[in-house]
Write a protein that binds this ligand. Structure first.
Ligand code: VLZ
Length: 134
């Protein structure tokens, strides 16, 4: 049985989101707003199908994908750069590689105790987020 990420999750810590946003080329004004946000994630996991909806008072981002199937990601409302994304299992971690203009772009989700962890990567920047069940 694979890990089940399903649920509603609230952000409790957000380390170096600023560096990650700078690496993505997010402008100053947007960064000032975005770093104050406490986003919530709603994850629905059904076999190999995932729905990850990140919501905040400022912007929302919806991602839907199947494990092992590459898809076009538009990053709408984030940096708006299109990339080819592929999500796979690496043991109990969900690993996304986002191939495009930005080097070393991707993210990893995993569970640790009752917490949901997320590492966001772009170029030489790593943002580390932790979420608790709502
Ligand atoms: O998460 O890629 O769970 O997409 C932040 C919205 C969304 C706030 C960050 C507005 C998306 C920010 C992070 C304005 C610049 C992400 C994946 C893994 C799913």
């Amino acid at each position: 049985m694979p890990v089940d990420f399903s649920g509603t999750w609230n952000l409790i810590s957000n380390d170096n989101f600023e560096g990650y946003m700078v690496a993505l080329g997010i402008d100053f004004a947007t960064r000032k707003i975005a770093k104050m946000l406490k986003p919530q994630k709603v994850i629905k996991q059904d076999g190999d199908s995932f729905y990850i909806h990140t919501t905040s008072t400022f912007r929302d981002y919806l991602l839907q994908f199947k494990i092992g199937e590459e898809f076009e990601e538009d990053n709408k409302g984030l940096d708006n750069r299109k990339c080819k994304s592929l999500v796979t299992w690496e043991n109990d971690k969900l690993v996304c590689v986002q191939t495009g203009e930005k080097k070393n772009r991707g993210w990893t989700h995993w569970l640790e105790g009752d917490d949901l962890h997320l590492e966001l990567r772009c170029e030489n920047q790593v943002c580390k987020q932790v979420f608790k069940r709502a």
